[in-house]
Design a binder for this molecule. Structure first.
Ligand code: ARG
Length: 455
């Protein structure tokens, strides 16, 4: 039991199967840096409060600093036979500075230690995901500005609906991503709570200064109930949820691009460097990266279901089940990170095929709502206008006529309010320019959105 943090009361060695089954080093090694930084703050606090001699605290701190440097340089060798990263770092410190290293675990349990490390990891990753979201929004903004003049048929039910600026559709995603960043910021408030000092379950009889540790580590609050602090993983659940929502948005964005890139639509051309080929069909250029972003949403939802189920019904306080929070957490962070990075790069070389866009705009039924509002402006009720335009569309379909091929005389069969100017509505630029309500798709409104500081 030499290398364990808890060997004293055991007379038999752990069954190797149990040892293998219970260890977490293979994944919690990702917490190595945070574990060292957390322990450095804890050791400083122990010294400052005279819980351990200041001299020994100093030794522990410098020992941990040299371990931390190695971790940062990538030269810290992880010994996979250790139970977890906390044990591994403690053992390394023992070897480095001798017996005094053991004082580090004074007024601490792995229960509050692991909660601290996980919170530090989450805080850090929230910041980096928010930064990445900014990069993606910037890249989409660049793409939107470059294609400011492009009008496409917007869809509802994947059916031609009304003309919109392509940039308007891109900015719709930017809005979603901005809310994702807001959600992450808000989640960070609940992550930003320092649990150390809660110890195993009940706190400690030693005179710790929990606020000092929190300040050292840049936490804005300390936990107020030691039992809650070692039991709660709702901050992990919340973060995984936030990431699942990001993933859902990225999957919808990917789906739109996949549709646009298909031969049937053909309005977008994804750069070769983001596609892969087929072993059987030499002509193929498939949008696999986007398909994987769409598919990995399944991983993210899976992680959420996993952590919610792990936590269900656990009695207070710490239970070993909670060790299983890390894999879904790490997986979610890494999945979202790589998906955002790929999309941010992909937008830089994404090309729009304007000829194809014009082909799609041949369907003049997308102006039906504009004609309806034309009649409304002339005093016809909405219901009546709707009926009139519906009948005109059906009239054209029956005779295989586009709206522009229906004569004014014929238009007037349906309503005497029609004048020659109705044909002016059958134009994509005209159509979008009319949608000047706040948040609408007119170039004026879209330019206003582009100026929004959130992007
Ligand atoms: N590796 C463990 C975890 O991640 C550390 C805590 C172990 N604590 C305990 N009382 N067995 O949760």
């Amino acid at each position: 039991m030499k290398n364990k943090l808890w060997g004293g009361r055991f007379s038999k060695k752990t069954n190797p199967l149990v040892e293998e089954f219970t260890k977490s080093i293979q994944f919690d090694k990702k917490l190595a840096e945070y574990d060292c930084i957390g322990s450095i703050a804890h050791a400083k606090m122990l010294g400052k409060c005279n819980i351990i001699p200041k001299k020994d605290a100093g030794k522990i701190v410098s020992g941990l600093n040299s371990i931390l440097n190695k971790i940062k340089k990538g030269s810290f060798k992880i010994n996979n036979s250790a139970e977890d990263i906390h044990t591994m770092i403690q053992n390394t410190l023992d070897k480095k500075i001798g017996r005094k290293a053991q004082m580090l675990h004074t007024a601490r349990s792995r229960n509050d230690q692991v909660a601290l490390d996980t919170r530090m990891y989450c805080k850090d990753k929230i910041d980096s995901i928010i930064e990445l979201l900014k990069t993606l929004k910037k890249s989409m903004k660049g793409f939107s500005v470059k294609n400011m003049d492009v009008v496409i048929p917007g869809f509802t039910h994947l059916q031609n609906a009304q003309p919109v600026l392509l940039s308007h559709q891109m900015l719709a995603y930017c809005e979603m991503l901005a809310r994702d960043a807001d959600r992450l910021m808000d989640c960070k408030k609940r992550v930003d709570v320092m649990p150390l000092g809660s110890c195993a379950i009940s706190g400690t009889s030693l005179p710790v200064d929990r606020n000092f540790t929190a300040k050292e580590l840049g936490f804005s609050k300390i936990s107020t109930n030691s039992m809650d602090a070692v039991s709660d993983r709702d901050f992990v659940i919340e973060l995984i949820f936030c990431l699942a929502v990001v993933g859902m948005h990225l999957s919808r964005l990917s789906e739109d691009l996949i549709i646009w890139n298909s031969q049937v639509f053909g309005i977008a051309d994804i750069g070769d460097e983001f596609c892969t080929g087929s072993s059987m069909m030499p002509q193929k250029k498939n949008p696999d990266a986007l398909e994987l972003i769409r598919g990995k949403c399944g991983t993210l939802y899976g992680s959420l279901a996993e952590i919610m189920t792990i936590m269900k019904g656990l009695p207070l306080t710490y239970n070993r089940d909670m060790q299983l929070d890390k894999e879904p957490l790490f997986k979610s962070i890494e999945t979202v990170k790589s998906s955002i990075e790929i999309l941010a790069a992909l937008f830089k070389s994404l090309k729009i095929n304007k000829e194809k866009v014009l082909e799609l705009l041949q369907d003049e039924s997308i102006y039906a709502a504009d004609i309806m509002e034309y009649l409304v402006k002339k005093g016809v009720t909405l219901k009546e206008s709707h009926d009139i335009v519906g009948k005109i569309v059906a009239y054209g379909l029956d005779r295989k006529l586009k709206l522009s091929e229906i004569s004014l005389k014929e238009f007037r069969i349906f309503s005497p309010k029609f004048n020659r100017d109705v044909y002016g509505l059958l134009n994509p630029e005209k159509s979008v320019s009319l949608k000047n309500s706040f948040g609408g798709t007119s170039p004026k409104q879209v330019r206003k959105q582009l100026k929004n500081a959130r992007f």
